[in-house]
Design a protein around this ligand. Structure first.
Ligand code: AMP
Length: 211
C-alpha cells in the first residue's frame, strides 16, 4: 500500500501516519523527521537545511529529493506512507515520475482538512519528546507524568512568528498540490478535526475504499 498524507503544518500528519504504520505495517517516510535528525547529527544535509527550517521555509527541492528518493527505494517502492512530502509542485512531479518508473503508483492522497484557527492553536500547544519524537498537545494529549519535563520541548519552528511563515509557505507552495492530485483522481479529503482516534477512523475508512 502506498499512501500520501497531505495537509498544513499541525493538521496531524505525524500522529496519523504513526497510527497507520501500526495498523497496516507501513513505513513512515517523513522528510521533516529525516531533516531534523540530519540537523541534530550536523551532517552536510543537516547543516544545509538548518537555516531554512529555522525560518519556517522549505528546504531546497534538490536536497529533499535525495532524502525522499533514498527512503522510498529502501522500502522497495512498496508499503510506505509519505508524510510532509511532496511540498512543492516540482517535488510532486518528480515523485510521480519516480513512482511510475518503478511501477509503484500511489493508492491515495489523504488530505487532512483542519480550519486555520485550530491549526494555530494546535501548533502553539504542540510539545515534542526530545528523544522519541512523540508529539503531545498541552490540553488534549499532555505528556504523561512519568516523562521527564526536561525532555519535553517546543520545536523551535512552532514559535508563533515561524508558524505564521510556515502557514504562508503552505498556502503559496504546497496547497496548490491539491489540484495536482485532484486532477489525477487521487485526492481524498478527510475531516481532520476531533480526537486523533476520530480522525484515524475516518482515514481508515478512506484507505479501505481506495485500496
Ligand atoms: P515538518 O516536520 O514536516 O513540519 O517539517 C519541518 C520543516 O522541514 C519544514 O518547515 C521545512 O523547512 C522542512 N521540510 C520538511 N519536508 C520538506 C519538503 N518536502 N520540502 C521542503 N522542506 C521540507
Amino acid at each position: 500500500m502506498r499512501l500520501l498524507l497531505f495537509g498544513p503544518p499541525g493538521a496531524g500528519k505525524g500522529t496519523q501516519a504513526r497510527k497507520l504504520v501500526d495498523r497496516y505495517d507501513l513505513t513512515q517516510i517523513a522528510t521533516g523527521n529525516i531533516i531534523r535528525a540530519a540537523m541534530k547529527n550536523e551532517t552536510p544535509v543537516g547543516l544545509e537545511a538548518k537555516s531554512y527550517v529555522e525560518k519556517g521555509e522549505l528546504v531546497p527541492d534538490a536536497v529533499v529529493r535525495k532524502l525522499a528518493e533514498g527512503a522510498i527505494a529502501d522500502e522497495d517502492y512498496d508499503d510506505f506512507i509519505l508524510d510532509g512530502y511532496p511540498r512543492t509542485l516540482q517535488q510532486a512531479t518528480w515523485l510521480t515520475t519516480f513512482l511510475t518508473e518503478h511501477d509503484a503508483p500511489l493508492n491515495a492522497v489523504l488530505s487532512l482538512e483542519v480550519p486555520d484557527e485550530e491549526i494555530v492553536d494546535r501548533l502553539s500547544k504542540r510539545r515534542v519528546h526530545a528523544e522519541t519524537g512523540e508529539n503531545y498537545h498541552l490540553d488534549v494529549n499532555p505528556p504523561p507524568d512519568e516523562v521527564d519535563d526536561d525532555l519535553i520541548i517546543q520545536r523551535p519552528d512552532d514559535k508563533p512568528e515561524t508558524v505564521r511563515n510556515r502557514l504562508q509557505v503552505y498556502r503559496d507552495q504546497t496547497e496548490p498540490l491539491k489540484t495536482y492530485y485532484k486532477e489525477r483522481d487521487l485526492l481524498v479529503p478527510v475531516n481532520g478535526t476531533g480526537t486523533p482516534s476520530d480522525v484515524h477512523a475516518r482515514i481508515t475508512e478512506a484507505v479501505e475504499a481506495h485500496t
